[in-house]
Design a binder for this molecule. Structure first.
Ligand code: GDP
Ligand code: ZN
Length: 305
């Protein structure tokens, strides 16, 4: 039997699980592929691989295809570790209620995504809980409109009723998406809805331990029946922003971009320097106050470090 092309969906010490033509195969490596000292397998979740299937139904990894991109996390010692390969985009999930939306997270995730060259989108879940709260509905609509005007895809959904999920499926199809958002916003419920063969435990806290469900930092990919994968990536926004330079953060605010060349100082942080074109654009109303304020907050956090 010839080789088939698949995607690594999870990884453990000695083997990987590969999704290929609709099935998952437990796959092994031939011979010695580890470096000296028996280190990690030289493969990451998201890698495209050619596998051959043995008579017992397991796979042998024959070839790892070159990566288009890598998401890297730095260990406490600063050593880079590839978390996942070939990611395309990031879906930030907020909830309309319980817990109420944490809008301050949005710009952090947008900056983190742009820094990693991933295309972000914003999804508000649990809209069924606010149907009768006109004030909240308007608030959500106006926030999403701001991001829509900036060119970001936005979705309003209910993972439990399925309302609004179709356009999200269109956006997810055939791509490799990182799912991020606070605990309890409905990420697991959404994954279960997107793939009815999944049965991920939902509910913000595990009753037995009182801890969140994510106790590991390991990444796994969920294959989608409509094509593509969704990555459960604990800690994405923290490590995606690791080591970002304050002077670079403005580059990740897309509406700042046309103004960046106009500041007097080439290393302008747009925080009170003279002749700052970004602040001029803010005064002219071309940059929103909320976005500018969030820029200052993110920039200051990273200046302090
Ligand atoms: P996660 O921590 O982000 O994975 O969130 P879960 O998927 O575990 O959901 C947390 C809680 O919110 C669970 O009790 C879900 O049943 C509930 N939930 C998730 N999505 C919705 C929704 O669209 N509407 C309502 N009313 N509840 C939801
Ligand atoms: Zn400036």
């Amino acid at each position: 039997m010839g080789s088939i092309l698949g995607t690594v969906v999870s990884k453990s010490r000695n083997n990987v699980r590969v999704h290929a033509v609709g099935l998952d195969y437990l796959c092994f490596f031939r011979g010695k592929v580890r470096g000296r000292g028996g280190g990690q397998l030289p493969i990451a979740v998201g890698d495209k691989v050619l596998i051959s299937i043995t008579s017992s139904g397991e796979g042998i990894v024959e070839e790892v295809r070159p990566r288009c991109s890598e998401l890297v996390r730095h260990t406490a010692g600063g050593k880079p570790v590839v978390v996942a390969a070939n990611l395309d985009q990031v879906l930030l999930v907020l909830s309309a209620a319980s817990p109420s939306p944490r809008w301050s997270l949005v710009d952090r995730v947008l900056v983190a995504s742009h820094r990693q060259d991933l295309e972000p989108a914003i999804c508000v879940n649990k809209t069924d809980l606010v149907r009768d709260d006109q004030g909240m509905v308007r608030e959500i609509e106006s926030r999403l409109a701001l991001y829509g005007e900036l060119g970001y895809p936005t979705f309003s959904i209910s993972a439990t009723t399925g309302h609004g999920v179709d356009p999200l499926v269109t956006w997810l199809r055939d791509r490799l998406t990182v799912l991020t958002g606070h605990s309890g916003v409905g990420k697991s419920t959404l994954l279960n809805r997107l793939n009815d063969r999944l049965d991920i435990v939902t509910g913000a806290l595990s009753e037995s331990t009182g801890k969140g469900k994510h106790t590991t930092t390991a990444v796994s990919l969920y294959s989608m029946p409509f094509g593509g994968f969704v990555a459960d990536t604990p800690g994405f926004r923290e490590f995606a922003l690791w080591g970002v330079e304050p002077a670079d953060i403005g580059r990740f605010y897309r509406e700042f971009e046309p103004h960046l060349g106009g500041c007097r100082f080439s290393d302008c942080l747009h925080s009170g320097e003279p002749d700052c074109e970004v602040v001029q654009a803010l005064k002219r109303g071309e940059i929103s106050k909320e976005r500018y304020d969030s820029y200052l907050r993110i920039m200051r956090v990273h200046s302090a470090g």
